[in-house]
Ligand binder design. Structure first.
Ligand code: FAD
Ligand code: UDP
Length: 372
């Protein structure tokens, strides 16, 4: 065999695996069906600005070892994500915090805010939440739910909030401080020079073939390596034999504007149903850019078909049950390692993917995982 590992997918998972296996003396071939490496963290330079081509990416983790690991490839800046929500022209700070509560109700102290939310939760009458809508009403009450959650969520997922699992909004924290930081993690930032630099560094000296779809050349590619690391869609690997897993897709519209500052913030969410996009990203603000022009991206949620990019797994009961059947099949493929967001059918953040890839490397090379 020419290679020890064929790695399908040059995203974060595939790049880490390739890098670590190469460091241990193995020969890897990385392929990707796209015309670039980095998967969804890919940044493209336009007008001197690093444009997050597949949506805003903010790295955050509380695991110092994972933070140090990514910083060993590229230095990160001090960016802190503080999105703003626009509901029918009114602006609110996110995540839900004392600023938001002041904007909604003019309450000024944590005690007043807590009383207001408690009153609204009581009015909702929900004791045992069964879905996203009930979960939200029982956590934050009606005012926040109807202005900042319901319409955004239904637009994002193309489904009624009553038909969605509650865990989707568990990551929206509530805080009784004037703190607009979207994440609770200890470490956060954006790689200076953009994310592509991380995978560029990881894949240095490794054979990479772009515009190559594994399924178009399965026989040739499988014959090249002893083992495969597969980071594509798990149901596609098995020819969709039990059925197709559902995803949400997105359409990104990038616009160049002849102004220095379009919206004053990297991320503005449009939480009403009338605006067809969910958010506008102004990329320069991720890196405190001072360029003459600016680039914005509007993010339109879409139903996924096999022609589209699968961005968000829809982890409801039906899809999770189908995934389990594929997962069981994957265990019998002794020469294939399945990993990453698409093969695990889970909405992982980047730090999850880094942790899982490093864990799998340790298992493969029979080492202790020092990143836990
Ligand atoms: P991917 O990046 O999807 O890489 C898989 C690669 O495999 C792709 O390049 C694909 O082209 C290739 N591939 C698939 N099938 C084949 C095939 N048959 N043949 C050849 N190649 C194939 N995470 C955060 O931590 N913070 C954020 O702010 C954040 N924001 C996000 C915003 C959006 C809109 C999205 C979609 C994701 C966001 N994420 C964020 C998650 C982050 O993108 C993922 O955790 C990470 O990129 C997953 O890496 P991966 O290698 O598993 O998958
Ligand atoms: N969400 C919401 N209002 C917002 C932002 C998010 O209701 O202004 C909900 C929505 O259901 C979304 C989930 O929270 O799917 C997670 O959103 P987040 O922006 O954290 O995740 P991302 O879409 O970037 O993965």
């Amino acid at each position: 065999m020419k290679y020890d590992f064929l790695i399908v997918g040059a995203g974060l998972y595939g790049s880490i695996f390739a890098h670590e296996a190469t460091k241990r003396g193995k020969k890897c071939l990385v392929i990707d069906k796209r015309n670039h490496i980095a998967g969804n963290i890919y940044c493209e330079k336009m007008e001197g600005i690093n444009v997050h081509r597949y949506g805003a990416h903010i790295f955050h983790t509380s695991n110092k070892k994972i933070w140090d690991y990514v910083n060993s490839f590229v230095e990160f800046n001090r960016y802190t994500n503080c999105p703003v929500a626009n509901y029918k022209g009114e602006l609110f700070n996110l995540p839900f915090n004392m600023n938001t509560f002041y904007q909604l109700w003019k309450v000024k102290t944590p005690e007043e805010a807590k009383a207001k939310i408690a009153e609204q939760i009581l009015a909702s009458g929900i004791r045992n939440p069964q879905n996203l809508e009930e979960q939200a009403l029982s956590l934050v009450g009606g005012d926040i739910y109807y202005k900042l959650i319901k319409e955004y969520t239904e637009k994002q997922w193309g489904r009624k909030a009553k038909d969605l699992p509650a865990f989707i909004i568990k990551r929206l924290p509530i805080r009784y401080t004037f703190d607009n930081n979207y994440f609770n993690d200890t470490y956060q930032g954006i790689p200076i020079g953009g994310y592509t630099e991380i995978t560029n560094k990881m894949l240095e000296g490794i054979d990479v073939e772009l515009n190559v779809d594994f399924f178009q050349e399965r026989e040739r590619l499988t014959g090249l390596a002893d083992k495969i690391v597969y980071t594509g869609m798990i149901d596609e690997y098995f020819g969709y034999k039990f059925g197709t897993l559902e995803y949400r897709s997105l359409k990104f519209e990038h616009e160049v504007h002849d102004t220095q500052n379009y919206q004053g913030n990297a991320v503005v969410n449009y939480t009403d149903a009338e605006t067809p996009y969910t958010r506008i990203i102004e990329h320069k603000h991720f890196e405190f850019g001072t360029q003459e022009k600016t680039i914005i991206t509007k993010e339109y949620p879409q139903e996924w078909t096999k022609k589209d990019e699968p961005y968000y797994p829809v982890n409801d009961d039906m899809n999770d049950a189908l995934f389990k059947k594929y997962k069981a099949l994957s265990k019998a493929e002794s020469n294939v390692i399945f990993g990453g967001r698409l093969a695990d059918y889970k909405y992982y953040d980047m730090h999850h993917v880094v942790g899982l890839a490093l864990k799998r490397v340790a298992e493969e090379f029979k080492e202790v995982n020092v990143f836990e």
